[in-house]
Design a protein. Sequence first.
Length: 331
Amino acid sequence: MATDGSGPEAMVRARGLAKSFGEVEAVKGVDLEVAPGELFGLLGPNGAGKSTLIGMLSTLITPTSGTGSIAGFDIVRERPDVRRSIGLVFQEQTLDRYLTGWYNLKFHAEIYGVPSEEVDGRVTRALRDVGLWEERERLAGTYSGGMRRRLEIARGLLHRPRLLFLDEPTAGLDPRSREAIWDRVRELNESEGITVLMTTHYLEEAENCGRIAVIDGGEIVTVGSPAELKAQIGRDRVEIVARDPEALREELSTRLGLAPVVEGDTVWFTVAGGRRFVPRVFSEVDAEITSVQVRSPSLDDVFLAHTGRGIDSPAQEGRGGAEPLVGGPGR
Ligand SMILES: Nc1ncnc2c1ncn2[C@@H]1O[C@H](COP(=O)(O)OP(=O)(O)OP(=O)(O)O)[C@@H](O)[C@H]1O
């Protein structure tokens, strides 16, 4: 299996896939390949185009231009085949609160044409898969947010899809529920071999994916495993709290040739091998230093490096004065 998702057997393939809503170019010509068995994440801030991209790949949104396929089926010309191959868990909750967990799934299986002799077996399996078997007799309206999301995942699995689309599966959930969802998603991916394509704007969640595509302004700006993407940054961030940050900035700049940034009482800069570099700061700088922290690159730094701002910053605002981590000044 090609680990980069390339090759004839790609589970997801997009070529120049684009969608405009009037003047808004939500997705601008995306190329993407996901191999069977991958746990793949689309990481980007609100409005980046993640939902529109998976909407097109799941046949719910018609592309303006470009092509795409799922398990070899064309997303426009072979919609029924695509739909049979995928399970969908989207952001809007669509469960019936007045039905039990069991009947929510049974009802769905029946309208999706699961053969009647298979319905009970599949519902049982799906409820067990997401850890809700014991809760099957309760009304969905009495479930916690995390349980409801797991029930939706169970529903997305009823027709045994090869690919599961999860749009922000843990948005709005507490950390424990998020962890429970993740346990199930990992298990489905690892033990059942289901390919997962998910969107998230949580950096910690993106860390769980085998590969991620960072998406911003409707474009994929980089693709790779979280470790690869962070390694490409190649620089640590050194944060120094000082009594006189301006004086320290001046010294770091003139004596060590750095391009430091002052934020409040902190001066920060990026440098390769931050821990080895810090002793030089102490030996060559006179300004009084209160504390020093060295941080390895995070996925937020990856986002910053490729877009010029943090993932939580509004799209129109650059991070004024911040040094881009890739190709920026410094040593
Ligand atoms: N039906 C629509 N009509 C008009 N504009 C739309 C429509 N759907 C999406 N957009 C716009 O397209 C852009 C991308 O939206 P999209 O929902 O795909 O982003 P996202 O990354 O999924 O964000 P979020 O996490 O907030 O859902 C946004 O500017 C959005 O306002």
